[in-house]
Ligand binder design. Structure first.
Ligand SMILES: Cc1ncc(COP(=O)(O)O)c(C=O)c1O
Length: 444
């Protein structure tokens, strides 16, 4: 059906495409599960704390191949209710607001994480750290950590939690989305990852990485492989390996962006001791790991290779194509009016080397900066009112409580996953109209 002028086009929604949802994969997997009592009975009862062994084992094989990490094993994994629920459990177990000082978040940030930190006692203690072309601005982070280390107030307070022997409290939390970031689409360089791990070790910090877009990677030279080693793997190998049995990084994975967020299932990878401590989170002990039935169903899809096939033959080709046409539309309709591509290296950005080819290698998002004179929040309001296009913009991605440190005034996030292809192009075309008009208004 052609897209009429008044069709609402939502380029904000960071959800998977409804037309690509893997209903037949899940139907076949649940059929296998439910028709065999030796599989169905445990899947419908309480499960073990770390998660159903069927998923821990199949996932461990899958991750170890994708990330080229022979050390990935079931005992380094826990099954979770998705990255958000998992973040809450990580904070419950591994922080104490009377000991843990601050949470350092890359800005622009995945805004819904802020509330999870606030719910766990960190309101007013979220610190924004800017991003450069290689990822988190490490010098700024170092400066902030050093400054905050001088304040010793927290250490005098009585602990409010009693960690078990297989748990500990970290002094700082660093949160980032290192690969195909939400919202900026950037991937942190390996060099920066190494610097970050060293810094975390120095400051007794836990780096929580939401690695939820990693599997959606389509750089043709590394198809079926990770773009860059995860921070948890850098921690495993760098300078002789982890400096404490808990390590300093936990990888937070999710099936939400791949199979569907309604499944509410994900995983963590960390050191074995960290995984054990996490699996002893009170709400997990009382009931077993989250999403036992769904997790067991996903295990069947991994066992039968249906998952791998869906990823390789459906999802990655479809998103690669959407990303390419979205990028083409951005080049055609937005860059000529002064917008700058932030997610990628490219000729459009005067600060980057010339002749770098433009490509989006994975994830869900393209992130642009509007020309300096324009405010992104205002631009988004006009786009919605006049052109029925919804985008994520500006202050949506600021770190709550520390907005003034890193203002996100010009950023606009475009998601190429949710809407179908013709609507993506049409939405960006309409945004081009709004941008052209806004620039003309400035000139007159
Ligand atoms: C960076 C990031 N983390 C976490 C989530 C939510 O993941 P889940 O559905 O697994 O809770 C999202 C969803 O947009 C995300 O972009």
């Amino acid at each position: 059906m052609p897209t009429s002028e008044n069709t609402v086009i939502d380029l904000f929604q960071g959800w998977p495409a409804p037309s690509l949802l893997p209903t037949s994969l899940l139907q076949a997997a649940s059929q296998t599960l439910l028709s065999n009592p030796s599989l169905s009975t445990p899947s419908l009862l309480y499960g073990p704390d770390p998660g159903p062994p069927s998923l821990l084992e199949t996932l461990s094989v899958f991750l170890s191949k994708f990330y080229s990490t022979p050390w990935t094993s079931p005992s380094r994994l826990t099954i979770t209710g998705g990255a958000s629920q998992s973040l809450a459990c990580i904070l419950q177990v591994y922080t104490d607001p009377s000991f843990t000082k601050n949470v350092y978040m890359v800005a622009p940030t995945y805004f819904l994480a802020c509330r999870i930190f606030e719910d766990n006692g960190f309101a007013g203690r979220l610190r924004a750290v800017p991003e450069d072309q290689e990822g988190i601005d490490i010098e700024r982070l170092e400066e902030l950590l050093a400054r905050d280390d001088l304040e010793n107030g927290w250490r005098d307070q009585r602990p409010t939690k009693q960690p078990l022997p297989c748990q500990k409290h970290f002094q700082n939390i660093i949160y980032c989305v290192p690969t195909f970031s939400n919202p900026s689409g950037k991937t942190m360089s390996l060099r920066r990852r190494e610097q970050l791990v060293r810094l975390a070790r120095k400051h007794n910090a836990l780096v929580v990485t939401d690695d939820v877009y990693d599997l959606l990677h389509w750089n043709p030279t590394r198809l079926g492989e990770a773009a860059v080693p995860r921070l948890v793997d850098v921690d495993h190998t760098l300078d002789g390996g982890v400096v404490s049995p808990f390590g300093n990084v936990v990888s937070n994975g999710s099936f939400s962006k791949i199979l569907g967020p309604g499944l509410r299932t994900g995983w963590t990878e960390s050191t074995e001791l960290f995984a054990l401590g996490l699996s002893k989170c009170g709400s997990t002990r009382s009931g077993g790991s989250a999403s036992q039935f769904t997790a067991s169903t996903i295990a069947e899809s991994l066992r039968s290779s249906a998952f791998q096939q869906y990823l390789d033959c459906v999802l990655v080709p479809a998103y690669r194509h959407r990303a390419a046409i979205a990028l083409e539309a951005v080049q055609r309709y937005l860059l000529p009016h002064g917008a700058i591509l932030i997610s990628l290296d490219g000729n459009s950005n005067p600060k980057l080397p010339k002749n770098t080819s433009l490509a989006v290698d994975g994830g869900y998002y393209i992130y642009i900066h509007l020309p300096e004179q324009l405010d992104a929040t205002r631009f988004a309001e006009v786009a919605e009112r006049q052109e029925n296009v919804i985008v994520g913009s500006g202050e949506n991605f600021e770190v709550v409580g520390d907005e003034a440190s890193v203002r996100i005034k010009h950023g606009v996030r475009l998601c190429f996953a949710w809407e179908d292809e013709d609507r993506i192009v049409e939405g960006i075309r309409r945004l081009g109209k709004v941008l052209e008009q806004a620039m003309a208004n400035i000139k007159t």
